[in-house]
Ligand binder design. Structure first.
Ligand SMILES: [Zn+2]
Length: 270
């Protein structure tokens, strides 16, 4: 089955991962800007990173026949440096109209601090002004419910950011309803240790349905599995779900969300 991985950090993966993903049916992916594992020292570090995301990764993906899209921002971990964050936000318009850029993300909260909220709001301001899609990172583990609640409250302060143009990522059993009931799109991250396993994600689908929801691997530089979406497909098949239902979650839904971006130029596989 063809699938799309809507959240994977390929700059941290090797070319063999692209090849393995393609062999399993991956035809497209989107790569949010995120934390590199260390805090970058200047706005030029982000300029180079944005170029890598926009220029090199799509080329590397194309070697395996995969279409690569990206999102731009400064992540919540580095948002503690408000001054640097503002310089990065000011630079985003230079890059946002480039081919393959889907919008602003992944923005959100990490430790739910005041500085993170300030920078989150300033990203939302930019996205609203430029009429861009938004991809949200929700915090991990014990901070997740509170952080997701705070994020959704801040999103709902704005009438100029329609919920159907916002994707709330890393939802779990206790936060999926917050996102869906607010009218947002949401995504479950399939991680080997923390976040959702494929079985938990399948449970959530059985409970909350398949509207405005998708799954991703969030493959990055830590323990993660870029083939997590195929694992989810297998889990759903084992449970007897139809191919059409599975395809909706791993292919049709991401496409429906991305098609709201005026630059999205997906070519379906022949
Ligand atoms: Zn991520």
């Amino acid at each position: 089955m063809y699938f799309i991985d809507p959240h994977v950090h390929m700059v941290s993966r090797v070319t063999d991962d692209y090849e393995r993903m393609a062999r399993m049916g991956c035809v497209a992916m989107s790569e949010p800007a995120f934390w590199a594992g260390f805090d970058r020292g200047s706005v030029d570090g982000f300029r180079d990173y944005f170029k890598q995301l926009i220029e090199f990764e799509p080329r590397r993906a194309s070697w395996s026949g995969i279409q690569h899209y990206t999102w731009l921002c400064i992540n919540a971990k580095e948002a503690e440096n408000v001054e640097l964050s503002r310089e990065v936000i000011k630079m985003i318009p230079e890059f946002i109209e480039r081919t393959g850029v889907l919008g602003v993300g992944e923005i959100g909260l990490n430790k739910n601090t005041k500085n993170e909220s300030t920078i989150f709001r300033e990203h939302l301001e930019l996205a609203a002004k430029l009429k861009e899609l938004v991809l949200i990172h929700t915090p991990h583990l014990q901070d997740k419910y509170k952080g997701t609640r705070m994020i959704i409250d801040m999103l709902q302060e704005r009438s100029d950011l329609p919920p159907e143009r916002v994707l709330v990522d890393h939802v779990e059993e206790h936060t999926v309803r917050l996102a869906l009931e607010g009218g947002f799109w949401c995504a479950m991250t399939l991680y080997p240790t923390t976040k959702c396993t494929p079985a938990r994600a399948a449970d959530i689908i059985e409970r909350y349905g398949d509207e405005r929801i998708m799954v991703n691997s969030a493959g990055d530089w830590g323990p993660s599995n870029p083939l997590a979406v195929p694992d989810f497909i297998q889990e759903m098949r084992k449970r007897g779900h139809s191919e059409a239902k599975i395809r909706k979650i791993v292919y049709d839904n991401p496409l429906q969300f991305y098609r709201q971006c005026r630059r999205f130029s997906f070519k379906p596989p022949a």
